[in-house]
Design a protein around this ligand. Structure first.
Ligand code: NAD
Ligand code: ZN
Length: 352
């Protein structure tokens, strides 16, 4: 779990005082910042870099890759003699995952791809801090960092992955475009649905999942909150949704969305929405609710993505989805292979 967290409007201003005691002589803090903030002077000033600290702007147009992590680590090692005092990720799930992975790879040998899987990381990561600027993924709280590698899209799941500190300032999410707000918010909703309807469910996951699910309904269904209340509540929904899957698993939507992402580069939030829209067979009442939310917020869910796929692409998509065994076990139980065949996945993908 994340051992330290601050929450509240304006709490981002505590960043410098939170970092100060962690500073080691001559060792910089490296800030990995979503480049959407590159010309946001107000935010950059509040980061307040000192000494040899460095701000690196990173585009979130593509989701993180193992090769990108390796490259950032190489650049840091080339530029600085001392290992950084800390890595601070400021952005959405893309940047938060990069920050987690970079902090791990600064203390572990080889490529990030070597550590995709469960509990493969040997050494403790560099001190790392997460500052989310969009809510929903739960990446700020989870013990994984999801990366596309040479052979698969899979997380580095380990006890060293979670942030040492998180700063939750809902005001940082002001300015998120509406579609993106919905897609990433639905990632949280889908985490709850998949956790609460999974066979891995237990009291720990259920307690967080139910809370996050209710918050999502307040935000996306009831439509009675002020923008300010809604930002704060979505930030906490994301946190609880992440905690819920920490002790269970995600399910059908995530397995299939990973396939879309690997072959077509479809981003996580929108990919989950594209898939979830067709999963009434697995999650009947929540898919109905989802469709209502899409309609009431006037959101476009992309269609016909898979219409022109080659057989090869479709097969890769199916391979990737099927390789995520724990997700299927959670969703459908031990006999999942009798329910979710290659043909079944093909039919579903072709609808998307
Ligand atoms: P993102 O980080 O990809 O960002 C989406 C878009 O929103 C980007 O264009 C970004 O620039 C923009 N944006 C972010 N904050 C903004 C702001 N305040 N104002 C304006 N624009 C802003 O989106 P995401 O949905 O948060 O993250 C998706 C990633 O998270 C995927 O790579 C996925 O694999 C990962 N993920 C990780 C976990 C985990 O537990 N580690 C869980 C779910 C998803
Ligand atoms: Zn997700």
């Amino acid at each position: 779990m994340v051992p330290k967290v601050v929450f509240g409007q304006g709490s981002f201003d505590q960043l410098s005082s939170i970092l100060a005691p962690q500073r080691k002589d001559k060792a910089p803090f490296i800030f990995l910042v979503d480049d959407v903030f590159k010309s946001n002077k107000e935010l950059i000033d509040r980061i307040n870099p000192r000494f040899n600290d460095k701000i690196v702007f990173i585009s979130a147009d593509e989701e993180p890759k193992t090769s990108q992590v390796d490259q950032i680590v190489k650049e840091i090692k080339t530029e600085f003699t001392y290992k950084p005092s800390g890595i601070i990720g400021i952005g959405g799930g893309t940047i938060l995952d990069l920050a987690k992975a970079v902090s791990i790879m600064l203390t572990n040998k080889g490529s990030a791809a070597d550590y995709q899987g469960w509990d493969l990381v040997k050494s403790k990561a560099i001190y790392h801090v997460g500052v989310p600027t969009i809510s929903g993924t739960g990446a700020e709280v989870s013990r994984t960092t999801v990366l596309s590698g040479p052979v698969r899209k899979l997380g580095i799941n380990s006890d060293f992955t979670p942030f040492d500190q998180v700063i939750l300032d809902p005001d940082l999410t002001i300015g998120v475009p509406k579609n993106q707000w919905f897609y990433t918010g639905m990632d949280c909703f889908i985490h709850c649905v998949e956790s609460l309807n999974g066979t891995f469910l237990n009291a720990f996951s259920q307690s967080y999942g139910e809370k996050a699910y209710d918050l999502c309904k307040e935000i996306f269904v009831d439509n009675v909150l002020s923008d300010e209340e809604s930002r704060g509540k979505l930030m906490m929904a994301s946190w609880h949704g992440g905690m819920s899957i920490a002790y269970s698993q995600v399910g059908v939507a995530h397995a299939m969305s990973y396939g879309l992402s690997y072959v077509l580069g479809t981003k996580h939030g929108v990919g989950n929405c594209i898939v979830f829209d067709h999963l009434e067979e697995f999650y009947p009442k929540d898919v109905i609710l989802f469709k209502e939310m899409v309609k009431s917020h006037g959101i476009e869910i992309p269609k016909h993505l898979c219409a022109n796929l080659t057989d090869n692409q479709l097969n890769t998509m199916i391979d990737i989805a099927l390789s995520l065994v724990p997700l299927w076990e959670n969703a459908l139980g031990d006999n999942w292979e009798t329910i979710i065949t290659r043909d079944k996945l093909k039919t579903l993908y072709l609808k998307m």
